[in-house]
Design a protein around this ligand. Structure first.
Ligand code: COA
Length: 402
């Protein structure tokens, strides 16, 4: 009989470095996030999403000429191929936007003339096309599911402004477009989070970039990752609908029932997420401008009550993450809850592509390796490792797993 082997185990790979990266850095204790050497606060204040995407892809900030050329290439790439839009028009309108987005990624792959060209220049072009087209898919699906026409891009607008235009059919003012731009900068990369790891893991098999990105979209959709912003908005809307006035009691009750406060806590940050601080300011800025202060104010009330209740339970490290205030920002911008995770994807596409390129060429870690972790086999079916095969006519129903 074969013996089973017991191996060293780390549930969820917490605290395990599986690769080197030069793309971004997080100091979870101090609340620091850095993209290619630049602090997130600095980029949010001074950069734009296309410039940040360039930084992630090419390792350096562009010269003015390089940025102009990159922006022109992004504009040129953002029109979706006809067959992609025609295919989307036949999908069930009830499809969740993240499923629609994930389904669109292989279609975009089929339209890429350099799909199987694995040279670095070809992969950089794929990264640019994906960065241009993911927001176009999100906008197109939002319109198609409402029975509206898909809008052509407006080349007079910024990348973020055009995303708002193609989604809502209204040309945004410069301040609103800039808020969207900052949101895209803030979500563009975050080291080895679950979706980025999914992308890297898939391309470590030498699958193409689009295969990695489709996996990333799937991983992002979960409520413990990118899906949390939609859950935060649901939480806020329920508080309003249920006319909850005692937020502290509501939080206490939730914690006593072992339920989580969505948008709080983080696998790496043990203090407030630096992106949440910026998003909190943006949420109040937009709330002021639109008369919708209720959303950031309610979020802040939940934050204060949760911090008090959690620290009374000795948990001082569960603080607002990126999704906590982004829910209010996106809601005020007009995005429905189920589109919020797609906005995350429209930004994170830059980080995913940068990581896929790093993974493919071993930029930071030497020779790329195929990820192949192990699992400890704990199956126990017949009192020994390997059971005897029983022919169908002699089998009895063993019952389904509980
Ligand atoms: N609200 C209430 N309690 C929370 C919490 C939250 N948002 N996040 C973590 N906790 C508690 C857990 O219940 C657990 O308590 P216990 O030890 O008494 O069982 C403890 O903190 C550790 O939880 P764990 O899931 O092991 O910690 P983690 O570091 O792996 O959690 C998250 C990271 C993000 C999965 C977690 O904080 C969470 O679920 N947050 C809400 C979802 C969210 O906002 N996700 C977006 C992340 S960017």
């Amino acid at each position: 009989m074969t013996e089973r082997t017991v191996r060293t185990k780390n549930i969820g790979l917490r605290g395990i470095a599986v690769a080197d990266t030069k793309i971004s850095y997080i100091d979870g204790e101090r609340g620091v996030l850095i993209y290619r050497g630049y602090r997130i606060e600095d980029l949010a204040e001074n950069s734009t999403f296309p410039e940040t995407a360039y930084l992630l892809f090419y390792e350096n900030l562009p010269t003015p000429e390089q940025l102009t050329a990159f922006e022109a290439d992004l504009r040129a790439a953002r029109t979706l191929p006809d067959f992609v839009v025609e295919s989307m028009q036949r999908w069930p309108r009830s499809a969740h936007p993240m499923d629609a987005l994930q389904a669109a990624v292989p279609l975009l792959a089929m339209a890429d003339p350099e799909l199987f060209d694995e040279s670095r220049p070809a992969n950089l072009k794929k990264a640019l096309r994906l960065t241009a087209r993911i927001p176009a898919v999100v906008a197109a699906w939002h319109r198609i599911r409402q029975g509206l026409d898909v809008l052509p891009p407006n080349d007079t607008l910024t990348h973020a402004g055009n995303f708002l235009w193609q989604t809502f059919g209204v040309v945004p003012d410069a301040e609103t477009a800039r808020v969207m731009d900052i949101c895209l900068i803030l979500h563009a990369d975050h080291t080895f989070n679950a979706s980025t790891f999914a992308c890297r893991e898939v391309v470590s098999t030498r699958a193409h970039m689009y295969a990695g990105v489709a996996a990333g979209v799937g991983a992002l959709s979960g409520e413990l990752h990118g899906g949390a912003n939609a859950r935060v908005m649901e939480m806020l809307q329920n508080l309003v609908e249920d006319r909850v006035t005692d937020i502290q009691a509501w939080v206490r009750d939730r914690l006593e029932r072992k339920e989580r406060i969505m948008g709080m806590g983080h696998a790496v940050y043990k203090t407030m997420d630096p992106r949440a601080k910026i998003l909190k300011k943006l949420a109040f800025q937009l709330g002021e401008k639109t008369g919708l202060r209720i959303w950031p104010e309610l979020t802040e009330a939940v934050e204060k009550a949760a911090m008090a209740e959690l620290s009374a339970r000795g948990k001082t490290d569960i603080q607002p993450n990126v999704d906590f205030y982004s829910a209010s920002v996106y809601h005020i911008l007009g995005f429905p809850g189920d589109l919020m995770t797609c906005i995350f994807a429209a930004s994170r596409i830059a980080g995913w592509c940068a990581h896929i390129i790093e993974e493919k060429y071993g930029d930071a870690q030497g020779k790329p390796a195929l990820y192949r972790p192990q699992a400890e086999y704990v199956g126990d079916y017949c009192g020994k490792l390997d059971c005897e095969y029983i022919p169908p006519e002699k089998r009895r129903d063993a019952g389904a797993p509980a």
